[in-house]
Design a protein around this ligand. Structure first.
Ligand code: FAD
Length: 379
């Protein structure tokens, strides 16, 4: 066992930290307030290799390990969780899904531009009536010989408008239940595909979350990922890896809030001394730091198992379950340590508190993570 990061991993962490400080921090409050997607910044993230970090270099990726991805996600999420969710979806759902299960043609056509951020990807599983229970897909992909006819509505799609490549899960054969589901690669601009309204959210307000409507969209057969009926397995397998991304996002939100609270506690004076000299504040900081470290180790463990090509499903679910709770608890305490200043925009912690909540909801709610974990325990 080795707890040391490699030179390369440290360099990735440093590059992500610098990028977040210089490119994401300016304007992050305004983007949150105006619900503006960080388009320019995401483009730069692509140029720096943050959008296809683990993709094989032969498909224009960075060829990095998952630990490096966790480190970069943490740094970006400390500052701007709206940028980091775009990064997470593009890396660990869309790029990973196509690289692992796509055909050579799909990789050439879609993975290469996705890995550099020239194109942005979206992962479309949830529907108005199908969230946690993803088997009850109402979107249909009717088999028409050389193509599928796609009809239905997807909800809550991250990168909904910014994306141009969409992995869309749909029911082909209802009688076969979840074995009759397919995942199709849909391009923006295909006739009958309309991007719906943008959601007005509590947190990650810079992220563009949209509903998507499909009416008789003709999707060529060669855009199906895997064999006929593989779509549900594809979605579950992809989400396993995605959870490492969201766990790292939660970790970053928590550590960002902690760093702000630590610095503030040394500056703010009350009763004649910095508030960091009051034991009640010290104990809060001690709890925050300990929980963040535990969350980080869970993220590393899941990432390590993935890199070793071992089963990482339970570890990823544990990392997401724990880190998202730590994000919630830590950001609430960070606001508390800031007192009244924590309640206003300028000090960042109220935004981090709002951003934290989504990590307990998307890519499987905390309740669903517990189902995943306990299923493994009771196997
Ligand atoms: C900002 C945002 C971005 C998102 N991005 C994407 C995206 O890019 N792609 C995508 O496909 N989806 C996306 N989602 C959807 C997200 O994954 C779902 O919201 C989530 O899976 C929960 O589904 P639901 O909202 O339908 O809640 P429901 O499934 O209706 O759950 C409601 C409550 O019931 C609980 N519950 C449900 N079933 C059980 C059970 N068996 N046991 C115990 N408790 C249970 C849940 O934990 C939750 O507390 C996003 C959502 C948001 C808000």
């Amino acid at each position: 066992m080795n707890f040391e990061l490699t030179e390369e991993q440290l360099a990735v962490q440093q590059a992500a930290r610098e990028f977040a400080q210089t490119e994401l921090l300016p304007g992050v409050i305004e983007r949150d307030e105006t619900q503006t997607f960080p388009l320019e910044q995401v483009k730069k993230m692509g140029e720096l290799g943050f959008l296809g970090m683990m993709v094989d270099p032969k498909y224009n990726g960075g060829g990095m390990d998952t630990i490096s991805y966790v480190l970069a996600m943490e740094e970006i999420s400390k500052i701007d969780a709206s940028a980091s969710v775009c990064m997470s979806v593009n890396n660990s759902l869309v790029c990973w899904g196509i690289e692992k299960y796509g055909t050579e043609e799909q990789k050439e056509k879609y993975l290469k531009p996705l890995a550099t951020g020239e194109k942005i990807g979206a992962f479309c599983l949830s529907e108005p009536e199908a969230g946690s229970d993803a088997t009850s897909q109402q979107t249909t992909a009717e088999d028409k010989g050389d193509h599928y006819l796609l009809n239905g509505t997807k909800n809550w799609i991250t990168n909904g408008n910014t994306a141009s490549v969409y992995l869309v899960v749909a029911q082909t054969d209802r009688e076969k239940g979840h074995r009759g589901i397919n995942c199709l690669i849909v391009e923006k601009g295909m006739e009958g595909f309309v991007v719906g309204k943008k959601e007005n959210k509590l947190g990650i307000r810079g992220s563009d979350t949209h509903s998507l409507m499909f009416t008789d969209v003709k999707v060529p057969k060669e855009n199906r990922i895997g064999d006929d009926g593989f779509g549900f397995k594809f979605a579950m397998s992809t989400l396993n890896g995605g959870r490492i991304g969201i766990a790292s996002q939660a970790l970053g939100i928590a550590s960002g809030a902690y760093e702000l609270a630590l610095a503030y506690s040394k500056e703010r004076k009350a009763f004649g001394k910095p508030i960091s000299q009051h034991q009640a504040i010290q104990f809060k900081l001690a709890d925050m730091a300990t929980e963040i470290e535990a969350a980080r180790l869970l993220c590393f463990k899941a990432a390590y198992l993935k890199d070793q090509k071992k089963d990482f499903g339970k570890a990823g679910a544990m990392a997401k379950l724990f880190a998202s709770k730590v994000a919630m608890d830590t950001t609430i305490e960070a606001v508390q340590i800031h007192g009244g200043y924590g309640y206003v925009k300028e000090y960042h912690v109220e935004r981090l508190m709002r951003d934290a909540k989504i990590t307990q909801i998307y890519e499987g709610t905390s309740e669903i993570q517990k189902i995943v974990i306990s299923r493994e325990l009771l196997k």
